[in-house]
Design a protein around this ligand. Structure first.
Ligand code: 15L
Length: 308
């Protein structure tokens, strides 16, 4: 049985994945936060922004599923420490420990500034919608480097929204059920011919904005489709920001911060505005337009720049 390290294992996606993969792999679940054990797994507390921790947890595993990091838009300091430094540490530690296979769940927000009337595939160039999206593009680039230069086997999944059910209209297009997530991750771990692949982490949604041909080529056969929930989801939908509504990334395209449901403690500890001094607090606060009119003008400018 293969030993698989899952970083960020205490988060939502990690928890779904550990449940789905229990019994199939020897799981080493790692996070900075405490977590409740699922079945027979081993738990390894670690702060991936520290190389020593990254080296310790990647020792002796067959594959890494690197979920750990800041999972939404937020202050740069937190994203930098978790998703830039932390991501580098995990790739580099895996390389030094001779781990060949690494699965990196990147995000729909790496390409969130594509319009909703476009269908995109794995060959499009990145159009991140946030600092968070930029950090995911960094992880994709790192994966490419480690595949080409060090011969690592890298499987990048641009994840939509993992949830037992789709939660709103945007998520009808990017919904990813836990069992489809487990199927795609299993392909990433087991497929004999992975060198460097980009796939979309979504279910077989009729409303998908992605041409997921590369995942299908590798054998992915999603079992779920958000359409089964469309009537009930659309009945609940309220009108939202018109700019956000044009782009695949939705609200990430227009806001400076999304509440982080599970900030990794490293980011929170080293960068929390509440704990920092007044100057750091001012630096880390998202800049807001001074008036509604100024906000409209800025947004219009942004729109003009982004529409290529
Ligand atoms: C993501 O990349 C986030 O990690 C997740 O929290 C959701 O916000 C998701 O995207 C989404 O777009 O719904």
């Amino acid at each position: 049985m293969k030993t698989v390290l899952i970083t960020g294992a205490a988060g939502d996606v990690g928890t779904h994945l550990r449940r789905e993969l229990a019994g199939k792999y020897r799981i080493r679940a790692s996070d900075l936060r405490p977590m409740t054990k699922v079945a027979q797994e081993a738990v390894a507390r670690a702060d991936i922004s520290k190389m020593a921790d990254a080296l310790r947890i990647t020792k002796g595993v067959d594959a890494v599923v690197h979920l750990g990091g800041y999972s939404v838009e937020g202050p740069w300091e937190g994203i930098h420490s978790a998703n830039i430094v932390g991501c580098y540490n995990v790739f580099e530690a895996a390389r030094r420990n001779g781990v060949k296979r690494i699965l990196f769940p990147t995000s729909n927000h790496a390409v969130g500034f594509y319009r909703r009337d476009q269908t995109i595939d794995h060959r499009v160039y990145p159009k991140p919608d946030s600092r968070y999206g930029v950090s995911k593009v960094f992880g994709e680039a790192l994966g490419s480097l480690y595949a080409d230069k060090y011969g690592m086997e890298v499987f990048l999944m641009r994840i939509g929204n993992v949830n037992p059910r789709p939660i709103d209209k945007r998520r009808l297009s990017i919904w990813f059920s836990p069992r489809d997530l487990a199927q795609l991750v299993t392909i990433g771990i087991e497929h004999p011919e992975i060198r460097f692949e980009i796939v979309y982490g979504i279910s077989g949604n009729k409303r998908a904005w992605y041409d997921n041909a590369n995942a299908f080529r590798l054998g992915y056969r999603p079992q779920d489709d958000s359409e089964a929930y469309a009537v009930e989801v659309l009945a609940r939908e309220k009108p939202g920001d018109p700019v956000a509504g044009q782009y695949q990334g939705g609200t990430f395209c227009v806001v400076e911060e999304v509440p982080n449901p599970a900030p990794i403690a490293a980011a929170a500890r080293s960068t929390s505005p509440r704990r920092a001094g007044p100057r750091a607090r001012a630096r880390s606060r998202p800049r807001r337009p001074r008036s509604a009119a100024a906000g409209r003008t800025r947004r219009r400018g942004r729109r003009a720049r982004k529409t290529r």
